[in-house]
Design a protein around this ligand. Sequence first.
Ligand SMILES: *Cc1c(COP(=O)(O)O)cnc(C)c1O
Length: 474
Amino acid sequence: MRYVSTRGGMAPRPFCEILLEGLAPDGGLVVPDHYPKLDPATLERWRPLAYADLAFEVIRLFVDDIPEDDLRALVDRTYTREIFRTEAITPLTTLEPGFHLLRLSNGPTLAFKDIAMQLLGNLFEHVLARTGAELNILGATSGDTGSAAEYAMRGKRGVRVFMLSPHGKMSAFQAAQMYSLQDPNIFNIAIRGVFDECQDIVKAVSGDAQFKARHRIGTVNSINWARIVAQVVYYFRGYFAAIAESGEEVGAPVSFAVPSGNFGNIFAGHIARMMGLPIRALILATNENDVLHEFFSTGRYRVRASAEVVQTSSPSMDIAKASNFERFVYDLVGGAAGVVAALWRQVEEEGGFDLVGTPYLANLQEFGFVSGRSTHADRLATIRDVQQRYGVLVDTHTADGIKVARDYRDPATPMVCLETAQPVKFAEAIREAIGRAPDVPPGYESLESLPQRVEVMDPSVDAVKAFIARHTGD
Ligand SMILES: *Cc1c(COP(=O)(O)O)cnc(C)c1O
């Protein structure tokens, strides 16, 4: 398997060479030069596998430059009961026949991002140990990515993390999770601005090739390819669990509902579908920041200005543009890199593009995507209803997914709603929905009263560069 750029300007490279990047030198995103295709016999063989075994089978198809024994050991070390506090790693809860919740948030930071990030931590350690190199990870987070990255990298040899977050815009629990870490290799930087300003700073710093090389900067943000690959695994796991619940055979269609922001999670579902997993619909749910719903319902992609981004009660989906979306468009235009490059020139110059009247819009149907939008009132009503009806408390993001899933429910097709975080991370909204705070899981009781370590800064590329330079010892 080799990786190329969505914009065509990168010679094919193997997995380990793109592991620390995500962004190709031509400004595009790295993508595999093909998707592995599975036959029904392989799906049948994968069906009974435990999570780590399944993860190894899926991931090895995308990684051919790590020896199989090493990869096996690394995957086994990642997907354990100790880290994910459940044997199943991603257990399926049936809310009612044919309507399920796939629980992805049992890792250390109580959000689905741990599933990919824990693997990434072990991959980084492996690759760095091989080369003896050091790595300074620079990232931007609206809450869940940053903490997942920090918990995956804390104490890892040769790795430092510099994580930018929007000052005062995360929930108290999310902020405490990150800022309470005292590990000397973890640096939290709170930017007086919104998430997209943090992301722009990361892009600007990474775009300075000289600075990037000198300070050995890498990223773990949502465009990181290894994260996407790790997320493909649970679509298979969720599929097998859902058909088992309904007594169906391999081959029966299943739909997935995914609360979406940067299009990473649902893009992994798209890959699983391209590999041959019988996914009928990929249901994309946005909150009030509906860039993606607008595209999938109209064919128009319009990036929002930072000032247009609304702060919502599902903050991990408060985005102005969807960073992984370019990867999907590459598939939508049949891998025509020149077309992708032209479309993203248009994004830069005019703030978006319109596929209405192009042949590509017709292709959209073939990929199984449908979309919907959920609002603050919708998510509160959904949290309340799911709690009353099934006795299950879900977080605000998961509620957005369930809300839109219900709008598209087809009784003949099992529906799997992805649970992306635990309610305790968004306690304020839960209290508003059900009149009481969510239970705090064991081990997290005193988190918010721990001392915090964070540097607050204006949105300045130079200030961030200076901070990194000061703390990397050269
Ligand atoms: C990151 C996140 C999302 C959005 O996922 P994308 O991969 O960015 O689409 C949804 N819910 C939660 C809780 C998240 O942390």
